[in-house]
Design a protein around this ligand. Sequence first.
Ligand SMILES: [Zn+2]
Ligand SMILES: [Zn+2]
Length: 164
Amino acid sequence: MATIPKMKMRNCIQCGRVFLSQEREELCSGCKAKFYELEEIVKDYVKEHRGVSMNDVSEATGISKKLIQRMAREGVFADMPMGENFTYPCASCGTPIKTGTYCTSCLTRLRQETKKVAEAMQIRFKEDMPTVKRLDAMAQREFDKEQRDKRMFRVGMKNITRSK
Ligand SMILES: [Zn+2]
Ligand SMILES: [Zn+2]
């Protein structure tokens, strides 16, 4: 049997049309093709109407709040001065945020969790002796090369001073 790519029926976050989504795509093909156009519409509106909320932008432009949120998470408005009202919920706890995907406290927590995972992987990594040996050999080679370069440099310097 052939492998089936991850496909699922879902509603487009912009037009609501049901479509066959691949790899968790949230937009139907029609809206996906218009994405940059929609992005410009939102940007223009926000530039001309300082201090608007996401709701206002959504109502005025006809672009869904979910799509504007996605733009915000992707950093579309990162270099624009956004008003206090232009907020959307943190993807983890729901606290209103203005940039990125998570609020600062969730980010801190996520970073700590990532660190823990990295540390856990390090432990497994140490147990993987062939890899460690290979890396050691590589480090040794680098060290040797460095020593050789230093030696060459010293020899070179000697030659220069001698030729004077
Ligand atoms: Zn759509
Ligand atoms: Zn949060």
